[in-house]
Ligand binder design. Structure first.
Ligand code: C2E
Ligand code: MG
Ligand code: MG
Ligand code: MG
Length: 277
């Protein structure tokens, strides 16, 4: 589809008292439109284990307004800055849970990983939104995983801690996204109740030639394993990266090499085709 590219930032005071550039204001209004006119959808990207089984699918938000696809790299930061991410995030929690339920009904025991922003978790309403999604979809909670970026764990408030505790109590699991590129301190890692560690794509794209990057991947993987976590590498596009990653001990891989994020009908076809192979 069409992708919009904005330019010429000129600061304008925004609604929450923060300064928004002109392009951010138009993105904000497009997001409002998308919420009202059904312009949001989730695409799903499989995460594959070394034995070829599907470990999970990650739900990735897509936004289309008037035939224009806004890239997540543009609209997610604006949604976070304006606070709109709370509504978008509630929407994706519910849609992701409904999709997990649909997969469960179709006989797949495939987890759906849903991205959650810090702005959602600092609100005490998060627990309510998660419970609503679980009740509404009536999905097995163990089929839902929440992806959190490591920066969340830099300074963790009581509210965030309660939300995470409640999520685990509800049977949902946690995953640390984009690991290795944020600002988290390794000392915090031992206290994070996450079951999965997702190594950022930045480590993957230089493999297997960069031996030093490979050493870092190997060490991060071992660290994850010693903390009882499953280790996933994201953003793999080439066979040689995959070979190097599985060789380094990574448990599962997500990347264009296996599949790009797909709309739900395409995901069902994709799963069906793999089953009959
Ligand atoms: P993320 O959670 O780290 O998601 C992985 C991103 O890597 C996705 O980008 C995916 O399309 C991309 N990717 C996967 N495999 C490959 C590959 O082999 N090569 C390349 N070049 N890219 C690959 P996408 O869909 O553009 O999303 C970007 C970010 O937007 C996500 O990064 C996540 O932080 C955020 N995001 C997306 N949907 C949501 C959502 O529902 N809620 C929140 N809070 N954030 C979201
Ligand atoms: Mg993610
Ligand atoms: Mg990621
Ligand atoms: Mg990422």
């Amino acid at each position: 589809g069409n992708c919009i590219v904005f330019s010429g930032d000129e600061p304008i005071p925004g609604r929450l008292g923060i300064t928004l550039a002109r392009e951010e204001i138009s993105i904000e209004s497009m997001l409002h439109d998308a919420l009202e006119t059904g312009g949001l959808c989730l695409h799903y990207q499989p995460i594959i284990l070394a034995n070829g089984k599907i470990e999970a699918v990650e739900a990735l938000m897509r936004c289309t307004v008037n035939g224009i696809n806004l890239p997540p790299g543009k609209f997610i930061p604006v949604a976070e800055k304006t606070g709109l991410i709370v509504r978008l995030g509630e929407w994706s929690l519910l849609q992701g849970a409904l999709q997990a339920r649909q997969l469960q009904d179709a006989g797949y025991h495939t987890k759906v990983a849903i991205n959650v922003s810090r702005a959602q978790l600092v609100s005490s309403k998060f627990t309510q939104a998660l419970h609503a999604a679980l009740i509404c979809s009536n999905v097995k909670p163990e089929l839902i995983e929440l992806e959190l970026t490591e920066s969340l764990f830099m300074d963790i408030s009581d509210t965030v801690q309660n939300n995470l505790k409640n999520a685990i109590a509800a049977g949902v699991s946690l995953s640390i996204d984009d690991f290795g590129t944020g600002y988290s301190c390794l000392a915090n890692l031992k206290d994070i109740p996450a079951k999965k560690l997702k190594l950022d794509r930045a480590f993957v794209t230089v493999l297997p030639e960069d031996r030093r990057a490979l050493a870092v991947v190997r060490a991060m993987t071992q660290l994850g394993h010693e903390l009882g976590m499953t280790v996933v590498a994201e953003g793999c596009e080439h066979q040689k990266e995959i070979d190097a990653l599985f060789d380094a001990g990574v448990d599962a891989i997500q990347g264009f090499f296996y599949a790009k994020p797909m709309p739900e009908e395409a995901l069902l076809h994709w799963l069906q085709n793999r089953n009959t192979q």
